[in-house]
Design a protein around this ligand. Sequence first.
Ligand code: NI
Length: 261
Amino acid sequence: MTFFDTHAHYDDQRFDADRDEILRALPGYNVGLVLNPGCDLESSRKAVSYAETYPHVYAAVGYHPENIDGVPDAEAEAGLKEIEALAAHPKVRAIGEIGLDYYWCRDPAERKRQQELFRAQMRMAGRLNLPVIVHDRDAHLDCLTIAEQYPKVRGVFHCYAGSPETAERLLALGYYISFTGVLTFKNAKKAVEVVRRVPLERLMIETDSPYMAPEPFRGKRNSSMYVYRMAETIAEIKGLPLEAVAEATTENGCRLFGIER
Ligand code: NI
């Protein structure tokens, strides 16, 4: 049995003391694949360097909406030149994480800038024929609208927090839905409903390490070693054996990110 942690941030400083130790150990803990997305230029470069060092690690590159002020020109491809160059690396398998984060952003003009950056990266993904990893925080309708504007681009909505109805529209566009430790929390009613309704062939699992540790590790530093908890929870909700969920979610990630097993 092998698990694919499709979203973990090993560039985070909370891994400075033991990053290499953890990344090397993961296959021994049945975590056979990890995808490390970037959130800005520096973390994207680090993601690529981990992918170069560890055979089981893959990378995504992009600007997270919270890092918009670090983009030379958020409204145009010119500001994304260095990301686009990194994306040519053979172990870069997606553009991400990109999207919209309205949680801290109340100003309509700032939200519009986030939308432009998101669109520019969707165009880049389309041009490079790479899938996208979408971060959507309190911006469900606008993320869906932008996804629908680029119907040729496929991807995953990570740490999914939207409704079952929005999930169905994303499935129709060819997107996958991915869950973090939030799914294991007691109050995760909406996420549980989404898992019930989304076919196993379109679900992925992730830790979003070092954030979002699942129960019973909630509040601790997360790592890919805990990714089995999301598979266990999906197995419980869908009434399936753990092995079937591990196999399907790994297969789904490999299909989306073009990884041969
Ligand atoms: Ni993330």
